[in-house]
Design a protein. Structure first.
Length: 133
């Protein structure tokens, strides 16, 4: 299983009001679609495209960050067939595969969300390291 492409297709950061007091930040990632990616690969492997949505919501109605994108994986044909079969049936992906996929999406999306939160003056959507003195 190899990632061959990661790209954002949607970048939205919105600040509705000044962030003050207690702010609750809720993060969510969801897979919106899985499809076969048309790529020239050998007969033993297949490329799958996973469309995702990363959302950070700042409550009470302070703002939001939405990132949409796609990840393309090259997989053994049998694994890809199993993933597609399960997606078509239940709109789900096996847990062991999903963990790797989500970690890859989080690694890229968290960085982008932190940059965007800084640019519109909202708190970072993830806890950042701090030195205690």
């Amino acid at each position: 299983m190899t990632v061959v492409n990661f790209s954002f297709t949607k970048l939205l950061a919105e600040k509705k009001k000044v962030a003050k007091g207690k702010i609750d930040i809720k993060n969510n990632i969801s897979i919106k679609d899985v499809s076969e990616a048309k790529m020239a690969i050998d007969a033993k492997r297949t490329a799958l495209k996973f469309n995702f949505l990363y959302e950070a919501t700042y409550e009470p109605e302070v703002g939001k960050i939405n990132l949409g994108g796609e990840v393309i994986y090259v997989l053994d044909k049998k694994v890809a067939d199993d993933v597609m079969k399960m997606w078509k049936k239940d709109k789900k992906v096996k847990a062991d595969f999903m963990t790797n996929l989500m970690n890859h999406i989080l690694a890229k999306s968290n960085i982008q969300a932190v940059i965007m939160s800084r640019d519109i003056n909202l708190p970072a959507p993830i806890p950042l390291p701090k030195i205690k003195g």
